[in-house]
Design a protein around this ligand. Structure first.
Ligand SMILES: Nc1ncnc2c1ncn2[C@@H]1O[C@H](COP(=O)(O)OP(=O)(O)OP(=O)(O)O)[C@@H](O)[C@H]1O
Ligand SMILES: Cc1ncc(CO)c(N)n1
Length: 270
């Protein structure tokens, strides 16, 4: 049996909808063996983030070493990295172990507005991590922070995507979740051609962890050897199903449904 492996380097969401919990659930659903290196523990639920507790840097490094020395991985996904020290350490380890297929979700702010990345860490993201990325998946505000340009039109998105490639990413998915259009358009760019991934905007408050789930679905598909374009398309189908069939739990922004995509493929009704 071939076992495909994926490592998430991210924060813990005690509420289970975002962070490493969302990543590991997504890996499992897509048939990939999930591993994790925790950067921080958050006390969090559907109402917001109540606390952020960074893991000591040495502890983070040892978690990645533990995987690099023994299990190895077919793909790495990064989420909440918190500080420039963490970004530098993660970048070093990825290079030391020659980890392939890096999906960088440049997480900056949680849905309720809590800061998950310190402002001064954006520079380290640009100089240390984005150049290693197979694909980077910013939402519009994140792309604006990184590129220092306002993004309003499709042309703006394309220019920002080109700038991210110039910084060194192999490809970009600029997510359209934060726009107000009828359809959600995620723009994929591999440095050569643009591909618009369009789906109907679902009216729901249950969007906690959409970005984490989307990027980990892309990572899982890459681990299985799918091409970048296939991985991004399948990731989009995974998150679409997860948003379309919310679990309806929690009083605030509830989690998405990580079972929905595979249940849809298998024709299962919950
Ligand atoms: N209301 C919606 N209807 C359909 N798809 C959506 C909706 N909101 C987000 N998505 C999809 O979810 C994925 C994540 O997009 P989004 O822009 O919400 O990411 P994000 O802001 O990084 O998420 P997070 O808040 O979890 O960090 C994208 O593929 C986007 O198309
Ligand atoms: C731990 C964690 N990572 C990422 C996000 C972004 O959704 C979040 N809310 N919490």
């Amino acid at each position: 049996m071939t076992v495909y492996k994926a490592l998430t380097i991210a924060g813990s969401d005690s509420g289970g909808g975002a962070g490493i919990q969302a990543d590991l659930k997504t890996f499992q659903e897509l048939g990939v063996y999930g591993m994790s290196a925790l950067t921080a523990v958050t006390a969090q639920n559907t109402l917001g983030v109540q606390g952020v507790y960074p893991i000591p840097l040495q502890g983070l490094k040892e978690q990645i070493d533990a995987i690099g020395h023994d299990l190895g991985t077919d793909t790495v996904k990064t989420g909440m990295l918190h500080s420039s020290e963490v970004i530098e350490a993660v970048s070093d380890k990825i290079r030391t172990y020659h980890f392939q297929n890096l999906v960088v979700d440049p997480v900056m702010v949680a849905k309720g507005g809590a800061k998950l990345l310190q402002d001064e860490a954006v520079e380290a993201l640009i100089s240390k991590l984005i150049p290693l990325a197979t694909v980077i998946t910013p939402n519009i505000p994140e792309a604006e922070m990184i590129t220092q340009r306002k993004i309003n039109t499709l042309e703006d998105k394309k220019e920002a995507a080109k700038q991210l490639i110039d910084i060194g990413a192999q490809s970009v998915v600029m997510k359209g979740g934060h726009e107000e259009t009828n359809d959600v358009v995620d723009l994929f760019f591999d440095g050569y051609a643009f591909l618009e991934l369009t789906s109907p905007r679902i009216q729901t408050r249950h969007t906690h962890g959409t970005g984490c789930t989307f990027s980990s679905a892309i990572a899982a598909e890459l681990a299985k050897g799918k091409s970048l374009t296939e991985a991004v398309k399948n990731g989009k189908a995974f998150i679409r199903a997860a948003i379309e069939h919310p679990l309806g739990i929690g009083a605030g922004h509830g989690p998405t449904n990580h079972w929905a995509y595979m249940e849809q493929l298998r024709g299962v009704k919950r």
